[in-house]
Write a protein that binds this ligand. Structure first.
Ligand code: ABU
Length: 387
């Protein structure tokens, strides 16, 4: 653990003159990060019951039946941790922008449904993905998250004005009627064993009514996009991505050991060219490993999380330990209490920057979830020439 001390390179007065002109460009998860969006916790709510939310909350969870605006104390604490994370990044000469929170505690509706309130804008990774020079707004699959893209529009419009080469795209907004969700998933009586059996058969809560995807189900490996098929992304969503990115190769992956497959970034975490961490409880099936093995990539099982349970009022699992932010192929931000994950990355030759973030988990995840790349150095490369 010798390298896990925070190294303050520079200070807040660092000037970002080289990044004054916004450039949108990010092709993978590890090239040197120079410009990023970090979410905010303001007005964040625990969503009211709706099909996609209900299926994610285990019947014995303290979150069952709870919804509404999170307490101001918890919002203030999460914002304090987010602000400190921002300073850590700025001290590494990374430009950071922040979204504009909406009144997430207000009711919303479309012609098809009503929701008591929205979610928030802490996990920007779920909503927006940067692929090369394009920033793409995902369809999303929770009703409470339908309007979340609006929190990022001021930034995206600014980038559009400042970078003449930037492309702003928005995937078709889904109807999200009851037809989008399998009814038999929506009972409290569905056991974990049943869920695991369904996951093995690639039968998830979302139907194939219309294309659905969350941006956090997509990993970027240069010319290849790796997309998890699960609760938040269906096969039509992946087909939409294939047609939308004709110059990329889009691959579908599944992780059968995950009874709640939402977002790939606590399951499969690329660190640098040739190295990926895989959640040992959610192993990539043998036939899907071939692409990586044939091209010389090593898949290493991630260290055990340091905690037996997530913090209170958190949707996500203890495997947020793997939800790390790679700053460059030698440097990675890891949540401060996740000492086993930090130790493993240290042994794998990475400089580890510990970031205090656990008390913000409830707002939508950890360090990868709460960020969206705007600019990483580098260009589109082919990491999987043998296919
Ligand atoms: N957003 C990633 C969280 C996935 C998990 O609960 O493990």
């Amino acid at each position: 653990m010798s390298k896990t001390t925070l190294s303050w390179k520079g200070n807040l007065k660092n000037n970002f003159s080289y990044m004054k002109n916004t450039i949108v460009n990010s092709w993978n998860e590890w090239d040197p990060l120079k410009h990023v969006i970090v979410g905010r916790a303001d007005n964040c709510c625990i969503p009211a019951p709706e099909p996609a939310v209900d299926v994610k909350i285990p019947p014995d969870s303290v979150m069952k039946g709870k919804h509404g605006r999170r307490t101001q104390d918890s919002i203030d604490k999460a914002n304090e941790l987010l602000d400190k994370f921002v300073k850590t990044l700025e001290c590494r000469d990374i430009r950071v922008d922040r979204p504009t929170p909406l009144k997430f505690d207000e009711k919303i509706s479309t012609p098809d449904w009503k929701a008591e309130h929205m979610f928030g804008c802490m996990p920007s990774r779920d909503v927006i993905i940067t692929v090369g020079k394009e920033m793409l707004e995902a369809t999303m699959s929770f009703r409470c998250r339908w309007f979340e893209y609006l929190a990022y529009r001021p930034l995206i419009q600014q980038y559009f004005m400042e970078d003449p080469g930037m492309k702003h795209e928005s995937a078709p907004k889904p109807r999200l009627t009851d037809k989008d969700y399998h009814k038999n998933y929506l009972s409290d009586k569905v056991s974990i064993e049943q869920r695991l059996e369904w996951a093995e058969k690639k039968y998830f809560v979302t139907t194939e009514e219309e294309p659905l995807f969350d941006a956090a189900d997509i990993l970027r490996f240069g010319k290849d996009l790796i997309v998890q098929h699960g609760f938040t992304t269906n096969l039509k969503g992946i087909d939409w991505l294939k047609r939308h990115f004709p110059d990329h190769r889009v691959h579908t992956v599944n992780f059968p050991g995950d009874p709640y497959p939402i977002h790939i970034d606590a399951t499969f975490t690329p660190i640098k060219p040739g190295l990926i961490l895989n959640n040992p409880q959610r192993k990539l099936p043998k036939e899907q490993r071939k692409l990586f093995e044939d091209n010389g990539w090593e898949i290493v099982y991630a260290a055990q999380p340091a905690h037996n349970s997530p913090p209170p009022l958190t949707y996500y699992s203890i495997w947020l330990s793997m939800n790390i932010l790679v700053l460059d192929p030698k440097t990675v931000c890891v949540e401060k209490s996740e000492v086993y994950q930090a130790e493993q990355l240290d042994k794998l030759g990475m400089e580890v920057l510990p970031v205090d973030f656990r008390e913000a988990y409830g707002f939508g995840g950890s360090l990868h979830c709460s960020t969206t790349d705007v600019y990483r150095e580098g260009k589109m490369e082919d990491y999987f020439p043998k296919q």
